[in-house]
Design a protein around this ligand. Structure first.
Ligand SMILES: [Ca+2]
Length: 176
């Protein structure tokens, strides 16, 4: 079992649930997934974007990311920030962020579900999951890699040369 890859079981009508947590059934993941989430969730996504957009100019920039990481107790190097911004492709605007967050949120009924599903990718149980494996699982369930990265980026840190997602921080920021 140790070599078995964790699976999210997303987008499957009768797919396996992670750790006994039911996954919403019969939901299709599309780029228009925001139509499947509630107005409350959209408002929360807007709030989290505003929180990340430190200088309130409507775009999450390199400086905003730096502020965010610093507030999480990290000291991002210039190189780390460059790398994050280059993965992101460009400064992040709200529509892209909303689409990405919605696509992920549409698959989970609660913060607990999201945290439980993501924790399957957290080998050492320290609140940081492997980004590469999560990205692969989410892309496998129908999301675009760019959407996943846009959603994750503010919550990614680099450990031993690998990207790790602070998924609890992500969940805290977006779901009641
Ligand atoms: Ca900004």
């Amino acid at each position: 079992m140790a070599s078995a890859k964790p699976r999210l079981g997303l987008g499957r009508v009768d797919g396996p649930a992670i750790a006994g947590v039911p996954v919403r059934s019969a939901q299709r993941v599309t780029s228009g997934a925001f139509t499947q989430i509630s107005q409350t969730q959209i408002n929360q996504i807007k709030e989290s974007f505003t929180m990340l957009d430190n200088d309130r100019d409507g775009v999450i920039s390199r400086e905003d990311l730096e502020q965010m990481l610093t507030s999480l107790g990290q000291m991002p190097s210039s190189q780390t920030l460059d790398s994050m911004m280059s993965t992101l492709g460009s400064p992040l605007q709200f529509p892209v962020y909303l689409t990405a967050m919605s696509s992920i949120l549409a698959q989970f009924a609660s913060r607990e579900e999201l945290v439980n599903a993501f924790s399957a990718f957290d080998d050492d149980d320290n609140g940081a999951a492997d980004v590469e494996e999560l990205r692969e699982a989410l892309v496998g369930s129908g999301l675009k890699a760019e959407e996943v990265d846009a959603c994750f980026k503010p919550f990614v840190r680099y450990t031993m040369g690998r990207e790790r997602l602070l998924y609890k921080e992500l969940a805290e920021s977006i779901i009641i």
